[in-house]
Design a protein around this ligand. Structure first.
Ligand SMILES: [Zn+2]
Ligand SMILES: [Zn+2]
Length: 242
């Protein structure tokens, strides 16, 4: 933690999260496949869009990812047939020549059950869930060090704010982790974040003005990469051409 905060960046929690994310991808495609508990968790939750892409593109263990996918698809297949059988009476289910019509209520229930199967696929991600847990711990330690260590407090105040995701986490979890008076923490954090957004605003503004032919020869200053830095400040770190 001290190490992460000793570097001044647009969001040092992003730096930590990015490292954790890479580690988890490696773990899920490696050691976790050997452990029944880890494998079961991966099979049950699958990945989100971003983490499927990362796992696949990493080429770390394509066969392993294939095995995870095989089990996952089996689960989805079972879910779909259960959702259908539970509510929809098929033609063959009624008496011969007197196929029962499904009531509107049954059809509606079936639609919901099918949507739930899709929701389960779309919501779950073993990597995202692990990341949330580890980031909550990092936020916990950040608050703890802020309260207990003067040196750390200085390093915290020297940061260029945080991305909005981690800013929100720090704000919302502070009440849980900062014991006693939270005024200093909240005002330090808010001040830092406001300053950071205003600085980016100035940089992006100059970035756009540089496209004016009259400013063609004026120096970029800090504005050359202001747009990707602003995007990541708003939407968390991501792979952008800088
Ligand atoms: Zn961040
Ligand atoms: Zn994910």
């Amino acid at each position: 933690m001290n190490e992460a905060f000793s570097k001044v960046s647009e969001c040092c929690l992003c730096d930590l999260e990015s490292k954790a994310e890479e580690d988890y991808i490696k773990y899920v495609l490696g050691a976790s496949l050997m452990e029944p508990d880890g494998r079961e968790e991966t099979n049950e939750k699958g990945f989100c869009r971003r983490h499927y892409a990362m796992a696949y593109n990493s080429r770390l263990n394509t066969q392993g990812l294939g095995l995870i996918m095989e089990t996952y698809l089996q689960g989805v297949s079972v879910g779909l047939s259960r959702a259908g059988f539970r509510h929809i009476k098929t033609l063959g289910g009624g008496k011969p020549g007197k196929a029962r019509r499904n009531s509107d209520k049954d059809v509606y229930k079936a639609m919901q059950s099918f949507a739930e199967v899709a929701d389960h696929v779309l919501r779950g991600c073993v990597i995202c869930e692990r990341i949330v847990r580890v980031m909550e711990r990092y936020v916990d330690v950040t608050c703890h060090l802020y309260v207990t260590e003067e040196d750390f407090r200085e390093r915290f105040r020297a940061q260029k704010g945080f991305c909005m995701t981690h800013f929100r986490m720090l704000m919302m979890l502070a009440a849980k982790y900062v014991k006693g008076d939270m005024t200093d923490f909240v005002s330090d954090l808010a001040e830092m974040q406001t300053e950071s957004i205003n600085r980016l605003l100035g940089e992006v503004s100059w970035f756009t003005q540089k496209y004016d032919y009259r400013n063609r020869d004026a120096p970029w200053g800090d504005s050359k990469d202001a747009l990707p830095r602003s995007i990541m400040k708003m939407a968390k770190y991501m792979e952008l051409d800088m």
